[in-house]
Design a protein around this ligand. Structure first.
Ligand code: GTP
Length: 180
């Protein structure tokens, strides 16, 4: 019997960095200009074909970045296989916040270590690279932080222009198999 592998993916990052937009571009090939904050949680799923021909289904948990949704967020971190940290390249504080609170919260509530074999796999995404004139964070700073939090890598993306969005999700999905 053929089995379907479903990996639970959570996105983390400050309000407005573009978590919903990255998902919307990846899953529906759509971009919305107006900001609609995510209230609580939104789950979507998409099948991904990896380079080696393997197919996995990502269950993508979009969890509102607002402080008031912290309790709901923590519940949904549990059991996640994959996590995508997102910051906005035009707002310096969104990168500062990746380590604390976002990385810290994930490690506390996901129920996996960041280093063991069954570790949660993570990736860091710098979003809104189309706003080059307003850039506050150099790519090098993102790459450095990705190393510090032991992430699989760093990707510069634009949900608006659909730059490197598929790559971010696929690289993350692939990293699950690199570790087993
Ligand atoms: P919360 O739901 O509050 O956690 O926010 P979020 O991280 O899901 O952000 P969301 O995707 O709702 O995007 C916030 C705003 O940024 C919206 O107005 C988007 O249109 C805009 N935005 C998202 N991605 C990009 C991008 O790549 N480029 C530009 N220029 N704007 C973007």
């Amino acid at each position: 019997m053929k089995q379907k592998l479903v990996l639970k993916l959570v996105l983390l990052g400050d309000p407005g960095v573009g978590k919903t937009s990255l998902i919307s571009q990846f899953v529906h090939a759509r971009f919305r200009h107006s900001y609609q904050l995510t209230v609580g949680l939104d789950i979507s799923s998409k099948q991904v074909q990896l380079d080696d021909g393997r197919t996995v289904t990502l269950s993508i948990n979009d969890i509102g970045g607002q402080a008031r949704f912290a309790a709901i967020r923590h519940m949904f971190f549990k059991g996640a296989h994959l996590a995508m940290f997102v910051y906005d390249v035009t707002r310096a504080e969104t990168l500062d916040n990746i380590k604390d609170p976002w990385f810290k919260e994930l490690m506390e509530f996901c129920g996996r270590s960041s280093k063991t074999k069954a570790a949660i796999q993570t990736i860091l995404v710098g979003n809104k690279t189309d706003l080059e004139d307003y850039r506050m964070i150099e790519e090098e700073e993102g790459i450095q932080l990705a190393k510090e939090i032991n992430a699989k890598g760093h990707i510069s993306a634009s949900a608006k222009e659909n730059i490197q969005v598929d790559e971010a999700f696929k690289t993350l999905a692939q990293s699950f198999f690199d570790e087993i």
